[in-house]
Design a protein around this ligand. Sequence first.
Ligand code: ZN
Length: 136
Amino acid sequence: MEEASRPISEIASFHAHIYFDPANTRSVAEWLRARIAERFPVRLGRWHEVKVGPHDAAMYQVAFEPDVLAGLVSFLMLNHRGLSILIHPNTTNPRRDHVKDALWIGEKLPVHGSSLPEQSVADSAGAPNTKPTIVA
Ligand code: ZN
């Protein structure tokens, strides 16, 4: 019998993790954060200047609803300016979301999945904290 496919309704939200080097590319990350904020209804997370959780470099998180994915990912593909960006779904398995089911823009970095649970409540994106005024 054919194995059932996973429905996209498993995905409660997405994250983009935008990595930077505090000594060299923070200004690029600041530029990109401002461009995202003026174009997309997303929830911008705080700056992490040091490694946190499964992440192997400084970064900030961008949380968003599934209907924002196509536009935001398209924008990031064209405007990442050399930064590495991890985009992952949020389902009930954070480890699989980050390690197996993610996509990358720019250079792929290590992700330390052992720090993540294999079962959890799927994260919602939360209320957007941006007020877009520009069409991407
Ligand atoms: Zn995440």
